[in-house]
Design a protein around this ligand. Structure first.
Ligand code: SAM
Length: 342
């Protein structure tokens, strides 16, 4: 059923009106969230800078003149200090945005960032990189299903403590619940899921997804745990952020409460030691460490080691590796799965 954009609701006007209010709010929320991330990273970098024994990685292959100017401008417009992020990677991502817009240089982009709210938000979304999907990299989930979950149950029984770190919109922790449900009764499954971004956690808790995000969900689970929303239901949905899929789509899929209730979401920063829990059997942390400097990444891997129980499993992203994993007392099961050795 098509959405009636003129349908006034008691609480907040038409969808268009509500979305434009949400539009205004989102920039503030996103800027606050990204500032929070930037300040966390800056904090880590600052403490590292004060320790002369720890080397800061050198910058390679970039036009420092132009990029220096861009960094200063971005800092003053958004509060994000790009110095805390891997430079080549961040620059490449920004260059992609600029090329897509057919702009000639950073100067033109800065002008747009200052004057066009959509461009500014596109930058913030690009920067925070919240992309996720259910069963991302299916072959790795296949290994999880056939090998890792049975191994965990054999080692620790069915009361498993599992942490989905940097969980974004919840696709990953909910995929975990479904994968585990083949072996463990649903009401016995508990996943702890964290992200630094409060806005994204609100979306994760709401549990609404577009067709593409759930395309990798096995059919049996899709039929059982997802429901296509009606037009009326879509109309009643409160938008969370400008990049909210249900804001622009005619269809969305709601994940069932049975699955949702198995996940506890909490805001936590991977760069803060105090945000690490204890005695976990498995940590799933994928597609976030690629944005960190080598030093920050090493620190996270060491903290994960402390969080895991003996032989606990760490599941990382396809492009992430633990360099020197033996020195950190990890064993390597394959490119994505490691285990704590001592
Ligand atoms: C690309 S998503 C990865 C989502 C999911 N793990 C996956 O692989 O599909 C990266 C997530 O990391 C989060 N993030 C970035 N910096 C973080 C930090 N310092 N601590 C915790 N989460 C962070 C972002 O907010 C974002 O949701």
């Amino acid at each position: 059923m098509p959405i009636d954009l003129k349908d006034k609701r008691k609480t907040g006007g038409t969808i268009t009106e509500r979305r434009s209010i949400a539009d205004r709010k989102i920039l503030t929320d996103r800027a606050a969230a990204t500032k929070e991330k930037a300040s966390a990273l800056n904090h880590t970098l600052a403490s590292r800078n004060s320790d002369p024994s720890i080397a800061i990685p050198t910058r390679v292959g970039v036009n420092l003149g132009d990029y220096e100017y861009l960094k200063k401008q971005i800092l003053s417009i958004t509060g994000v200090d790009l110095n805390a992020y891997k430079e080549a990677q961040m620059k490449r991502r920004i260059d992609q945005l600029i090329t897509k817009k057919r702009l000639r240089d950073y100067g033109e982009y800065i002008q747009l960032l200052k004057t066009d709210r959509d461009v500014l938000e596109e930058f913030l979304n690009h920067f925070t990189i919240n992309v996720s999907e259910f069963y991302r990299n299916p072959d790795q989930w296949e290994f999880m299903d056939s090998t890792v979950i049975p191994l965990l149950i054999q080692r620790y029984g069915k009361n498993l403590k599992i942490w989905s770190a940097a969980c974004s919109t919840g696709d990953e922790p909910y995929s975990l619940v479904m994968a585990l449900s083949k072996y463990i009764p649903l009401n016995q499954i508990r996943i702890y899921a964290t992200d630094i971004d409060k806005t994204i956690l609100a979306k994760a808790k709401r549990g609404l997804y577009d067709e593409k995000s759930i395309s990798g969900v096995p059919k049996e689970f899709r039929d059982k745990y997802f429901r296509k929303m009606t037009g009326k239901e879509m109309d009643a949905v409160e938008m969370i952020g400008n990049s909210d899929p249900v804001a622009t789509l005619k269809t969305a899929y709601a994940i069932s409460d049975e699955i949702k209730s198995r996940v506890t979401f909490k805001q936590a920063n991977l760069l803060e030691a105090k945000d690490y829990p204890k005695d976990y059997h498995m940590i799933v942390c994928r597609n976030v460490l690629i944005y960190f400097t080598e030093d920050a990444k090493d620190e996270v891997f060491r903290r994960f080691h402390d969080t895991l129980v003996h032989e606990g499993i760490l599941f990382i992203g396809s492009t992430e590796q633990i360099t020197g994993y033996q020195d950190m007392h990890y064993g390597r099961k394959n490119s994505f799965f490691y285990e704590r050795l001592d």
